[in-house]
Unconditional design. Structure first.
Length: 122
């Protein structure tokens, strides 16, 4: 299972998958909440789906992602990284993106600007 705080649900970890880290577990190496990482190698996977894997941050730093226990719950400190919110993406440098406003009411005017100018590389 992925991070319950991020409502990640069941994670299927495979090499090449992008994940978003959800906990500040190793700030000096860049394992921080909100960081994107790409799965490099799955080191272990057991019958109940507990995974341990290595992932590469955009900086090139490798991190080890493994289950943690909080409040008697075992989970991976990550969620899928192929989608995010505009607030979480603000300040990122993304080479490709698509904006999707799924609200039944119009979003604030600033969301479109932040999504298109604040995140994408020029």
């Amino acid at each position: 299972m992925g991070d319950p705080n991020a409502k990640a649900g069941k994670m299927f970890i495979k090499p090449g998958l992008w994940v978003r880290l959800t906990r500040n577990l190793d700030k000096s190496r860049g394992f921080v909440n909100g960081a994107l990482a790409q799965v490099v190698e799955v080191l272990s996977e057991d019958a109940i789906g507990v995974n341990v894997f290595t992932a590469k941050l955009p900086t090139g730093t490798m991190v080890l992602v493994h289950p943690i226990v909080m409040n008697k719950e075992l989970f991976l400190p990550c969620t899928f990284g192929y989608a995010t919110t505009i607030r979480k993406a603000q300040g990122s440098s993304l080479s490709l993106g698509a904006l999707y406003f799924d609200h039944s009411f119009p979003p604030e005017k600033s969301y479109g600007y932040v999504g298109s100018h604040g995140c994408l590389k020029h």
